[in-house]
Design a binder for this molecule. Sequence first.
Ligand code: KG4
Ligand code: ZN
Length: 395
Amino acid sequence: MLILGIETSCDETSVALVEDGRRILANVVASQVQLHARFGGVVPEIASRAHIQRLMPMIEEILSSRGLDLDDVDALAVTLGPGLVGALLIGVETAKTLAFARRKPLIPVHHIAGHLYSPFLYGEESAYQLIVLEPDGEGKLSAVGEAARQGSTGETLGQGAQGDRSGSAAEAAGASDLPLGFPYIGLVVSGGHTSLVRVHSPSSYEPLGETVDDAAGEAFDKVAKLLELGYPGGPLVERYSRGGNPAAFALPRPMLHSGDFGFSFSGLKTAVLKLINDLGGAECIRQDERLLADLCASFQEAVVEVLLRKAGAALEKTGRKELAVVGGVACNGRLRAAVPDYLPGVRAVFPPPALCTDNAAMIAGLAWHLRDRHRGCDLTLNASAELSLSRGWWG
Ligand code: KG4
Ligand code: ZN
């Protein structure tokens, strides 16, 4: 069964073709990062406009380049929420229109559930395509294949040793080899979300705890902004941390011992701000390569330690030994490498970087498991900025 997935929840327009819930035939991402960079964050109106401009051409292209037509697709899937409502609406209304016109089933998918499903996907390297949209014109094809798997900035990010199956190895392993068994614990770490979830099945999610303020990715982005490194901050902080001493500065580990599965990162950001001021300001720090590396490494280590130790507590409570780490921050090389340090004996599964950041393959993949609940096209479906993970979005 071939499902066409559409994802427009934030600042990436993505379409994908996924077969039988796992095999990616194509996953195309048009990144708007350059459109938002000069504002230091995502501007919702710009995101919506870019989705409108790109989505239909991308759908036509993904099909025609494979000699396919919408009639060859068995169902459509779309991200219903959560996210920016104006951005979500573009995807949802486009999907409804196409599904209604072509009499296809339309399967709505929760964005975070999609992230939690991403470790189950595999595909040939040539299936991945990254387009970087530029402020002054059309999109520029940035990368196909291996490069597209490395993360949306095009730089080479760390590959997790544990459970990371990429490229032809993943293709060879294929459908017979499930990377995780249900129920499993998912650590969701993205720009908008940080949470621990027990995933009972593709349609049953039990949130264990989440951040009370900033998300982990947001903390990376804000610290990069304080240091005037650029946007998005996560990959930049990681890059500047290389060679730095993670123990150089004693930064707080917020809520490490709170006894629950909540997170908090705004206090850590404030501690970094104070440190930056004590060290003479961002410009002064940036001129001292060593100091910048030490500061970035110390901040990164504080985030990584809290994330992994709290995930460890969730594993212990539930008696599980397998962890899925998903979302944009799962691209982080130190987070991947630190698993044996903070979670000895735990098998952590990280999707390849191109499937950590927002993509439509995870939406089309998960939709396959929900196909029996959505045999038609429900025209009352509506985008939802605040969609609950634990209550019946799956139909
Ligand atoms: O999942 P995602 O693409 O979008 C959301 O749904 O939020 O995640 C984007 C977030 C951004 O905050 C970005 O800075 C962060 O993921 N990120 C990273 C890295 N790559 C992306 N954070 C730390 N290290 C990285 N290498
Ligand atoms: Zn996301």
